[in-house]
Ligand binder design. Structure first.
Ligand SMILES: [Zn+2]
Length: 191
């Protein structure tokens, strides 16, 4: 068993094998395993042999100056939107769910021409919170900030870094990003 009743989980966390547990509310089943569909607390119902995840409401715990990790969810005009999933330095069980935005002027100290050239939907990004109210604003200025894992536009595999670009060996394809110096050095759970 990977988790026990009361544990906090994130979408994609493994809850158990389908032969042991029925997928209940807040979960889904894939290839014989039951996974969390939402952020929340796990409950194993021994009577019904059912695993559920009770969603936790987003708590406004993101503070100015926090370093966060998230996934690029959208790019529109001069704005990239990110789902914030982790705050650096907090215990692994403290997970949260927020949306933050990065303005094109806050991506890099260098001039950024197009957001399409620096972030791709699905990229995992390390960023810093520069504003919380009325909305969460982020920056990726600085060497250690930016994409820590990028996925190939073509085949969606995680790409390797080659100097200042990303390379997909499968597609022999090169892509550009605003890369973090920590690219490839951070272990994150696969969704
Ligand atoms: Zn590829």
């Amino acid at each position: 068993m990977h988790t026990k009743t009361g544990d906090l989980v994130a979408p994609g966390d493994l809850l158990g094998a389908h032969e042991e547990w029925m997928p209940g509310e807040g979960t889904y089943e894939r290839d014989g395993f039951v996974y969390a569909k939402v952020f929340g607390r796990v409950g194993y119902n021994e009577d019904k042999l059912e695993a559920v995840v009770e969603a936790v409401n987003p708590v406004p715990t993101v503070k100015e100056g926090d370093v966060i990790y998230g996934t690029i969810s959208d790019r529109r005009g001069a704005i990239a939107t990110m789902d914030i999933t982790l705050i650096e330095g907090r215990s692994r069980s403290v997970r949260t769910y927020h949306e933050g935005t990065i303005h094109i002027s806050k991506i890099s100290k260098d001039y950024t021409d197009k957001i399409e050239g620096v972030f791709l939907k699905g990229d995992i990004v390390r960023a810093k919170v520069i504003q919380v109210e009325p909305s969460i604003q982020l920056t990726t200025m600085g060497k250690s900030f930016g994409v820590v894992r990028g996925y190939c536009f073509n085949c969606r595999r995680a790409m390797g870094r080659q100097e200042n670009t990303l390379y997909c060996e499968q597609c022999e394809r090169r892509e550009t990003r605003k890369l973090s110096s920590l690219y490839g050095k951070i272990k994150m759970k696969e969704k």
